[in-house]
Design a protein around this ligand. Sequence first.
Ligand SMILES: NC(=O)N[C@H]1NC(=O)NC1=O
Ligand SMILES: [Zn+2]
Ligand SMILES: [Zn+2]
Length: 464
Amino acid sequence: MKETYELIIRNGDVVLPGEVRKLDVGVRGGKIAALGQDLQAAAATTVMDAEGQYVLPGMIDMHVHFNEPAFGHWEGFRSGSAALAAGGCTCYADMPLNGNPPTVNKAALQLKAEAASGNSAVDYMLWGGLVPGNLGDLEELAAAGVTGFKAFISNPGGEGEGRFREVDDTALYLGMQKIAALGGILALHAESEDITAVLSADAVRSGRTGARDFASSRPAAAELEAVSRALLYSERTGCRLHFVHISTAAAIEMIHAAKGRGLDVTAETCPHYLVLNEDSMERLGPVAKCAPPLRSAQEQKELWKVLAEGRIDLIASDHSPCPPELKLDPGLTFFEAWGGISGAQSSLELMFHEGVHMRGLPVTQVSALLSGRPARRFGLDHRKGSIAPGLDADLVLLNPKASYTLAAGDLLYRHKHSPYTGMTLSCKVTATVCRGKVIYTAEQGVVSADGGEWLQIYSGQQAL
Ligand SMILES: NC(=O)N[C@H]1NC(=O)NC1=O
Ligand SMILES: [Zn+2]
Ligand SMILES: [Zn+2]
């Protein structure tokens, strides 16, 4: 019988691991079935013309905060995942905090999973939390299919008794011992609580509450101290470690050196540390507030350098949204405003605009940071992360010549603020396909908002 495809994407510049080739991509049963020239369409085949466009593997964003349960009015699975689909992301991992209850035991994971079920445009994973007092819950969380565990060394913000707590040294050390025994991975927000808490309190007490005061209250030393402590614990416990949102080249170098000594550690950074800096934070206000803070132009330059050298393992958005009154109210000081950037919809376009178009990085390198490497690190590469026969047909069409200025009205987040609005981008996602289904087109918007599935894949076994 003649082989038929449900979808053929024709004549795109297909971004394969290590090379770009002009090919047709044939999709059958939601999987990539063939890569070749002049694939034959049948009557029922949907054909997309990708002439002049890149065809990329969908981004895998390992770091977003969708705030359900209880804080869906900040961001929910529906709005957040629609924004990801529009930005060329086909799979993400949701962090265990900013919702209530935080995802620190099996019952809370169940609530999280119920909130996500039937409400995600793209596939997803769920992180569990490591907090003081939940050592006894980690095994059940692992068995229930969390990706791995997330912990904070500094105070994650949020209010009330039920908030997600940062770990002290003991909780971190014992937690890492336990996670090592469970064969899992710890994702860590690495900033020293001692340094950031004392410097923040000092700044507020003396009325130094501007953008640069906020930045000085969370210096690079706070990141470096926490990274070095966690590396020591990783060495002593054997716990696999992934550092989220690293903001300095010096921390990347420390992590890289540890990897060289044989530790199973990786580092992520976010588009905002690459595209924005302290000057942007002063100009834009708290919409650009995050932790660790945006750094100096010099630090930003050094971060691009280590990225170009291949020392950063992967890129994730750290989309951490909130309602406008917690961010944009002119009465708020930098210290009072919510810390977290709404950016998930723009990661891929920002990385192509700045990385490929402005700085000349290879398309394949940028694509690997967004897709192939996160897939490999978190054990998804048998399903996702690259364009190869047999893998899920998670594909993005990117027009590298479609310049546009990002407007608030383009954003699909629950709250339409972002530090990137007003920015002119030199490329645009024109279509997103998840498991063979077209879920977004630039003309029609999100056409399928609920087909995403929970991938209950417990971490990965691969080092990078
Ligand atoms: N609570 C929370 O989402 N915090 C995140 N926001 C941010 O800017 N950094 C974070 O870790
Ligand atoms: Zn964080
Ligand atoms: Zn985060």
